[in-house]
Design a protein around this ligand. Sequence first.
Ligand SMILES: Cc1cc2nc3c(=O)[nH]c(=O)nc-3n(C[C@H](O)[C@H](O)[C@H](O)COP(=O)(O)OP(=O)(O)OC[C@H]3O[C@@H](n4cnc5c(N)ncnc54)[C@H](O)[C@@H]3O)c2cc1C
Length: 431
Amino acid sequence: MRSYDVIVAGAGASGMMAAISAARRGARTALLEHMDQAGKKLLSTGNGKCNFTNQVQGMEYYRGLDPAFVLPVFAQFGVADTLDFFRDIGVWWKEKRGGSIYPANEQSSTVREGLLLELARLGVELFCGIGIRSIQKRQGRFLFDTKQGEFSSSCCVLATGGKAAKKTGSDGSGIPYVVGFCHPVSDFVPALVQLQGKQSFLKELAGIRAQGRVSVYVNGTKTAEDVGELQLTEFGVSGIPAFQVSRYCTTALARGEKVSASLDFMPDTSEDALLEDFYRQRKRTPEREAVQWLSGIVNRKLSPVLLKQAGLSPGRPLGEISRKQLLRLTGQIKGLLVDIIGSKSFDGAQVCAGGVLTEKISPKTMESRLVEGLYFAGELVDIDGMCGGYNLQWAFSSGWVAGLHSADASRGRGRSPQKPEMHRKSQGGTP
Ligand SMILES: Cc1cc2nc3c(=O)[nH]c(=O)nc-3n(C[C@H](O)[C@H](O)[C@H](O)COP(=O)(O)OP(=O)(O)OC[C@H]3O[C@@H](n4cnc5c(N)ncnc54)[C@H](O)[C@@H]3O)c2cc1C
């Protein structure tokens, strides 16, 4: 049986970081990955460019049953620490729009390689294609039964990710380990994902990219909103704003609630300003057709659909439109309603909402409150971030904290102390 201080299950962003921080702290560390290579998902992040963190931070960029859970974690390893860390291992970075940080060469492989080289430098033993059959705790030690034999450790970090993008390795197969330790888990649902709409008019709108605001209503109550470039597809609503609000839709749908999205195609213009323009144009050219007025305002493909939804024919002259009809039309421009009935599957999602409930994890150490020596990191935990580098930041921060404290705890469990390699801390740790 191979014996370690810390064993990390899952060699994604969070697991690699956990193994690095544990090893830097002097722990004899193994990293177990069921795919044939580590960090596969990292390669596809940020369209191959890897948006690995964001200078603009705050609790509001993170979601879950208790988003405040991230704060003590980031206080120990925040954005500044992450940027320092990557420069330290030879990954230069640059800031782009909205505070997003990418590797300087905009190649995600650089981030993955940097982490792999650091793991190797620290002597972390990486086992790929591992096939973990079970993880149990017996007589104070974690026992891993795998296709490559038995492993044991003083501490265990579970970092097996969620279910998004299964081909990269995160297939939910880590959940049985968590459940085996009687830890409460909420079901994963896709997040940062395209939303499925019910209305048949979506077919006519497919291909439209337009600046807009999407507001999500759950059982009639406004729950979330975002602004940016909306993309309308035959399937439904996509684009960054739809991604940002998607987790509120998928979690509500999973609870059996009614979800709708209101699309505002003139987010910076008030309804009064639209009315004023209508009356001005009607005075100038009362014979002008409704569709012509509308096409001066929104994407041409939208006009017939908005008119139909308002109960108006496209050729209706402005002079013949009543105030009631006009209000219905401006109402459509500012709030085309789409019933949301689903989303793309986990394979089409960037992350998952749900996972190990944070109420049973200490945010100071990422250690289980139920099982001593058991730690969690990354997307496996019930925290999901917005688009923009927040998910990788969570993976790195939670991984770092779990690795550090598991290494310290393993020292308290009979391991002879070694000189730890400290992380160089720069500015404050808070994101
Ligand atoms: C297409 C795409 C683009 C993205 N772009 C960005 C971006 O630009 N910025 C950003 O912040 N986030 C992005 N994300 C999200 C981000 O990649 C994830 O949130 C992050 O990788 C989660 O890290 P993790 O280590 O928790 O999980 P993962 O990266 O999923 O890693 C989990 C690891 O555990 C392994 N594993 C799973 N089960 C087992 C098991 N039973 N035994 C052993 N090993 C197991 C998996 O193979 C995998 O290697 C993107 C995601 C996708 C899919």
